[in-house]
Design a protein. Structure first.
Lengths: 258, 371
């Protein structure tokens, strides 16, 4: 049986998630033995013909051209996986969804009429069917290897949907929200990052997006009562995954008095 | 020669505690004790008295934990922090099986569990009761957990009687403290100039030889008796163990479950810090080559959807059903299952809940409006 063909596509993004794949180092060699890396511009291969068994998509849709191109990519891939916060939730560039993209362009570019950009940055799943979404900014390389491994052996990828807190406690990391009073998004954010920020006494800023059934209202009221104002909470939640449905629906201004 | 048989009380001058640490290290123990790290009193390896949190007191409230330093305070003025004995016996992540592909077949083997010799200094009465509960869970049935058993065997316990309670403590009502009643090799009571050491086991007594222990005067013994009594008098929270089983089980449809579900984050912190919560899951971790798979056991929580996942979905699909499952098991059905409550009143679930949900308040709400 021929090795499955893998393709990596880039849309509006910083390339960090593709770098996570290159960062797999030892595992990357094993991946290259098991799959044919057919299209991966960041690494070299550019065989744009035919179909791919696995398509990894990085980045969000921000231009009319990309909105067309993602349909072609979908048609070329049997199994399409988004990798990272941009492809899965629109990314940090989805901040434009609360602003005026035309005005931003006028401020930045001398000749904004040369730009062809959409008013919004949207996740891949708003445009085509997505088979699996890998979270993170960037994705975690162990989860990436687990995903590819599961596809190779025909089983469900093991990617937990529970909170960052579970990983903090498994690693015996002291809770920064309880012990330091900082507004940490860990209790509403999906695990997978290996708790990098809380390990360094920093609050989680949600780069793996909402956990299963997140309760932002209760956590938001707690932080508000601890003196974190609505503006701070809005900025906290509207970052890399701000446009993920559960985060974007959370409005700290509308929190009732407890 | 001072007798150091079980039950004996001896006087250990403060600096002589270093001698005990050194003695335990000479005997091959890794010595674990309380020390300040990341804004909390946590458990970790210590080699010197200077690492103990002298004068450090913890202020605990629902969802809040802060440290302050008191002039000329003792080594054990703090209460329980975010860590407990649990991870030392039931590690958060461990390998239970490795399977290798050999030609056309598979070869499986379970790794030999580590047998660490570990001495923990400063264990409190609530955590000793939690340990006794864990012993029943992991060792008390026909299915003994080999890793827990191996780690338990090498555990040496130096307990301390609490001299103060945190606002979140309720061991008095659970009859699990604050005075240590057994289950440790040595039991310390801290006084300004030294410790009253009660010998718990022969192994404990034998570590004291040559450390400069003296006889205890009746005055000192009387003073030591007052220490845990002071802690007990400070407690304000309580659960009534005689009625809590029926209160919860007769109120499974109580509107309070909806109310707590609005506040609960289902983040699992309460179960992770609980010294008796024992849930785990096993994951098969296959490698890319398809030549080997590792079966890992990791801490799991009834607040995660996956915990109750079956072929047709989650048995506990909502936060309400998960909170109810946790609280009724902890305080009621645990008694049916194991013959004791699953709660020791340490208060960790109250302090380390990011939104400060207090199980004693939840029980009281149902108690008050009992049908």
């Amino acid at each position: 049986m021929a090795a499955p063909r893998l393709a990596v596509f880039k849309f509006a993004s910083c390339d960090g998630c593709q770098l996570s794949l290159l960062d797999c180092e030892d595992e990357l060699l094993k991946i290259a033995e098991k799959v044919e890396i057919a299209y991966f511009l960041e690494a070299g291969p550019r065989d744009a013909t035919g179909v791919y068994d696995i398509g990894l998509v990085e980045g969000s849709i921000t231009t009319p051209h990309d909105a067309e191109r993602i349909r072609e990519v979908r048609a070329q891939c049997k199994y399409l996986v988004t990798i990272g916060a941009c492809a899965t939730a629109g990314g940090i560039q989805a901040l434009r969804n609360w602003g005026d993209a035309e005005e931003f362009a006028r401020q930045v570019y001398a000749r904004p009429e040369y730009l062809k950009t959409l008013a919004t940055s949207t996740p891949i799943s708003d445009h085509v069917k997505v088979d699996f979404e890998l979270r993170g900014c960037p994705v975690n390389k162990h989860q990436l290897v687990e995903l590819i491994s599961s596809l190779l052996w025909g089983r469900t990828p093991h990617v937990p949907r529970f909170s960052v807190c579970v990983e903090c406690k498994r690693r015996q990391v002291v809770c920064v929200a309880v012990a330091r009073g900082v507004a940490c998004l860990g209790p509403v954010t999906q695990a997978g990052c290996e708790v990098i920020c809380p390990s360094f006494a920093r609050e989680c800023f949600g780069c793996f997006g909402p956990k299963e059934q997140p309760n932002l209202i209760s956590l938001g009221m707690r932080y508000r009562d601890d003196g974190h104002d609505a503006e701070h909470l809005t900025r906290l939640v509207r970052s890399y995954n701000g446009y993920a449905p559960e985060f974007r629906d959370f409005d700290p201004q509308s929190l009732k008095d407890s | 020669m001072i007798g150091s048989v079980p039950g004996a009380n001896l006087w250990l001058p403060k600096p002589a505690l270093q001698g005990l640490i050194d003695r335990l290290r000479e005997l091959g123990y890794e010595v674990v004790g309380p020390r300040v790290a990341d804004g909390a009193v946590t458990l970790g390896e210590i080699t010197s008295l200077a690492e103990l949190p002298a004068g450090v007191q913890d202020e605990q409230e629902p969802g809040r934990y802060r440290l302050k330093v008191i002039e000329s305070g003792g080594y054990f003025d703090h209460v329980v922090g975010p860590h407990s004995l649990k991870p030392f016996l039931f590690p958060p992540r461990t390998t239970v099986l490795q399977v290798l592909r050999v030609r056309d077949s598979w070869e499986a083997h379970s790794p030999e569990p580590p047998r660490p010799k570990r001495a923990v200094i400063g264990v409190r009465s609530c955590d000793l009761h939690a340990l006794a509960i864990q012993d029943r869970v992991f060792l008390g049935s026909t299915h003994r957990d080999p890793e827990y058993a191996a780690r338990r065997e090498g555990l040496f316990l130096v307990a301390v009687n609490c001299g103060r309670s945190a606002a979140t403590c309720f061991c008095v009502s659970m009859d699990t403290g604050p005075a240590v009643t057994g289950g440790a090799d040595l039991i310390l009571t801290e006084l300004p100039d030294g410790f009253v050491v009660r010998v718990g086991t022969e192994a404990g007594g034998s570590t004291l030889a040559g450390l400069g222990c003296q006889e205890c005067s009746p005055t000192v013994l009387a003073e030591a008796e007052l220490v845990p009594k002071r802690a007990a008098a400070q407690q304000t929270r309580r659960i009534n163990p005689a009625t809590v089983h029926d209160t919860l089980m007769n109120n499974l449809q109580h509107p309070r479950w909806d109310d707590v579900a609005k506040r609960c984050l289902s983040c699992a912190n309460c179960t992770m810090v609980c010294p008796t919560c024992f849930c785990s899951t096993v994951n098969e971790v296959t490698d890319l080559t398809g030549e080997q798979t590792t079966r890992e056991r990791v801490w799991e929580s009834c607040f995660n959807e996956e915990h109750s996942w079956t072929g047709s979905g989650a048995v506990h699909p909502t936060t309400k059903s998960r909170y109810r499952q946790w609280l009724t098991h902890k305080l009621a059905t645990w008694i049916d299952q194991f013959g004791s409550s699953g709660c020791v009143g340490c208060g960790r679930c109250i302090t380390w809940c990011p939104v400060g949900i207090d199980l004693t308040e939840e029980v009281a709400a149902m108690e008050g409006e009992r049908k």
